[in-house]
Design a protein around this ligand. Sequence first.
Ligand code: MG
Length: 218
Amino acid sequence: MKTVQLRSGEKFQPGKIIGVGRNYQKHIEEMKAQGGAEPVLFLKPNSALHKLESPLPVPSGFGEVHHEIELAVLISRAGSRITESNAADYILGYGVALDLTLRDVQSRAKQNGLPWAVAKGFDNSCPVSVFTPFVPQLLNADLEIALKINGQLRQQGRTSEMIFSVPFLISYISTFFSLEPGDIILTGTPDGVGPLLPGDELELSIENVGHYHTRVRS
Ligand code: MG
């Protein structure tokens, strides 16, 4: 099983990664999708994890692989049916993640009413940074999210633009999936998603969380 790490060096084995789709209005619009009254959830397996700063092994032969920069939330302890007001007690850290997506595979799945398992859960589809310890001030902070590729700004947003907040997501998700220590929630991507190409140099940042460089394996 793959592990993720807190800045202190403490390691965790995520049993599951819960992705949230359609959580930023401008991304919903660029995907020509519809927002809903409830979050769209999907899962990535432990085998999807990859260390963000190690060159990204992006699959070829399955169409476009899109970057989606996202705030990742590391869960501290077990819980189900968590209330929004208690949600902060379940957060151990914030990290910077990429929700890599086989966009052409996903588009075909959508057209045919099929699940996103392959498009979202393939090997190494969840590069994630070391996690910064959570402090309560982060909960309502408005953090800038930015992704540059080869020096060009491609994605930029603010966590205040999330349709469903982190506490709401923890509460909603834990209604269906018991959360366990080490589980990760991917909170959705701002607009500007697009394909990654071999050799691309990525610069990822989330204010007060981390600033990282990585590249796509050639
Ligand atoms: Mg995403």
